[in-house]
Design a protein around this ligand. Structure first.
Ligand SMILES: [Ca+2]
Ligand SMILES: [Ca+2]
Length: 84
């Protein structure tokens, strides 16, 4: 009598991450890229919803008052939160 053991079949779906023409210079984006859902390089108020710190301090972080957080503005928040 033969036993056929089915070992867990791992299905790996590889999602090819393509950086269109943009070289990844920094890995230290502090989650900025993950929050930037529409990948337009800035964070809208809606996009910061999953980051309470950014969301609650959005107005003060948006130093140029354009309604979006740039990478630099987001970095400034992280600099503040890591300072304590
Ligand atoms: Ca965005
Ligand atoms: Ca801004």
């Amino acid at each position: 009598m033969k036993k056929i053991l089915l070992v867990g079949l791992g299905v790996f779906s590889l999602s090819g991450i393509t950086m269109a023409g943009e070289a990844m210079k920094t890995n230290t984006d502090n989650g900025f890229t993950a929050l930037d859902i529409d990948k337009n390089g800035t964070l809208s108020q809606a996009e910061t919803k999953s980051n309470p710190t950014a969301s609650e301090n959005f107005a003060s972080l948006d130093t140029d008052k354009d309604g979006n957080l740039s990478k630099a503005e987001f970095d400034a928040m992280n600099a503040l939160t890591q300072a304590n």
